[in-house]
Ligand binder design. Structure first.
Ligand code: ADP
Length: 465
């Protein structure tokens, strides 16, 4: 290759390099520039050479920076590298560039001129901006996730094919699952009772606060959820709140009202009837007839008082107002005065067994079991006290209809009755066994039913002293 060709190549490379070259005097006056700079700025050579200073090509902010920092630094260091500035084009448009300069010195070390390059930084600027946007995006997502984690309600996002995309900590707790095991799986497979939740149709966002309360079966227990669903475009966001406790309270309140109205009405009717008869037909009644009515009045009044006492006592138990005073007593003492001397009652106790109990409360418990046995059966009722390894066991058994296995825990619930409508004609509040269990708990003992066919056998275990 001839040397002139090499020269021409170098010239072409200089003129059309992907970098703008400019040589200036120390004060910035442009003395040479390549074609790239002409393209980028839109000024022709005449508009550049001796016509403008380098700083005149910069945006105002960059111009000040150039004067106050860049030029002095260049004087001190001899070079400055890759400072991000903006070029102002002839048409007013701007181009982000990286500015680098080096000072050319004469043999005496005096500054001769300055060589400067501009590198187009628009791609890089775009890339940086995208990077920044991506970071802000990620940060805002992370912050949303943190916020979601602190929301009291469960939030579940299900995509348009029914797979769980996201669920927060509250949803994990309420639905009894972990995100690790359910995210990415079909909700209907991953979450017990999902079909009930998914049956709640998405509402417009404005209505999403109004949840629907639905029952969900989980591990044999009934859980009540307030569910709201909202369309999220490519999926559905479900908000779930566990309202089981509120529901239970509501139910208890309803039960209380039902029991009070049911149970009080019968004796009240009796009282009213007996009293009006006594009042209106006093003269016509024989002394025996009058006495019978008065006895009825006393009996029904006692029953009424009993019901009210039971309701008040249960509410004292709930309020924590009942404590057991534990003493060492003989378990056999509990048999005294049981069953109001009913000829159907057979009581049996071996030698004395010292237990730690509150005798009055224990009497109340066993008395209730005996009253139930007498009330719900017609045959003999047995009460026995046995010694066990570390406890004494009191057994109350009857030969009545017994209690179906499935109901053996529920009968200890408040207001729970096997025959709520009293079809059998036997009345009760459904509070007796609830109170009994609460009292036995307070004595550190246990109450339950033995598994047997025919009749019911209740046991009360108490720790021996
Ligand atoms: P109640 O006031 O209705 O007797 P309890 O709490 O004492 O309330 O008992 C709850 C329910 O358990 C009763 O309504 C009854 O259906 C059932 N129950 C209790 N004891 C017996 C028993 N010995 N035999 C059959 N059923 C019983």
């Amino acid at each position: 290759m001839a040397s002139s060709e090499v020269h021409e190549d170098a010239e072409a490379l200089y003129e059309d390099a992907p970098v703008a070259y400019v040589s200036t005097q120390v004060d910035g006056t442009i003395i040479r520039a390549n074609r790239t700079l002409e393209h980028w700025t839109g000024f022709d050579r005449a508009g550049l050479i001796d016509a403008r200073r380098l700083q005149d090509l910069l945006a105002p902010g960059a111009r000040i920076y150039y004067e106050t920092h860049y030029a002095p630094l260049l004087q001190m260091q001899g070079s400055v590298n890759e400072i991000a500035v903006e070029l102002v084009r002839a048409d007013g448009g701007r181009l982000p560039v990286l500015l680098s300069s080096s000072l050319v010195l004469d043999p005496d070390g005096q500054p001769l001129d300055v060589r400067t390059t501009f590198v187009d930084a628009s791609e890089r600027r775009r890339y940086e901006r995208e990077l920044l946007r991506a970071r802000l995006d990620a940060e805002s997502r992370a912050r949303s996730a943190v916020a979601l984690g602190h929301v009291h309600d469960g939030v579940v996002l299900v995509d348009d094919v029914g797979q769980i995309e996201l669920l927060n900590a509250a949803a994990e707790r309420i639905l009894g699952v972990t995100a690790a095991e359910v995210v990415g799986r079909p909700a209907s497979e991953a979450v017990d009772g999902w079909s009930t939740i998914a049956a709640v149709a998405p509402a417009p966002p404005a209505d999403s606060a109004a949840g629907r309360v639905v029952p969900v079966q989980r591990d044999g227990d009934e859980q009540w959820l307030s569910v709201a669903a909202a369309d999220a475009g490519d999926g559905i966001v479900y908000t779930v709140r566990d309202v089981t406790d509120e529901r239970r309270l509501e139910q208890l309140r309803a039960d209380l009202v039902a029991t009070v109205s049911h149970e009080l009405r019968t004796p009240l009717t009796g009282v009213y009837g007996a009293a009006t008869t006594l009042l209106g037909r006093h003269e016509e009644l024989s002394p025996e007839g009058r006495r019978g009515l008065l006895e009825l009045l006393v009996e029904q009044a006692r029953r009424l008082a009993g019901i009210v006492d039971q309701i008040l006592f249960a509410s004292r138990l709930d309020g924590g107002g009942v404590e057991a005073r534990l003493e060492i007593v003989d378990a056999a003492d509990v048999l005294r005065g049981l069953g109001a001397g009913s000829h159907r009652l057979v009581a049996e106790a071996g030698e004395g067994i010292a237990v730690r109990a509150d005798l009055d409360r224990l009497h109340q418990v066993v008395g209730n079991l005996v009253d139930n046995a007498l009330k719900y059966s017609s045959g003999p009722v047995r009460v026995e006290v046995e010694r066990r390894e570390l406890s004494a066991r009191i057994l109350v058994s009857d030969e009545g209809p017994g209690i179906p296995v499935a109901e053996r825990e529920r009968i200890f619930e408040k207001f729970y009755r096997l025959d709520p409508d009293q079809r059998s004609g036997v009345s009760g509040t459904g509070l007796g066994l609830y109170i009994a269990r609460e009292l036995v708990d307070r004595m550190g003992g246990r109450i339950g039913l033995l598994a047997n066919d025919g009749g019911a056998t209740f046991y009360v275990d108490l720790p021996t002293a």
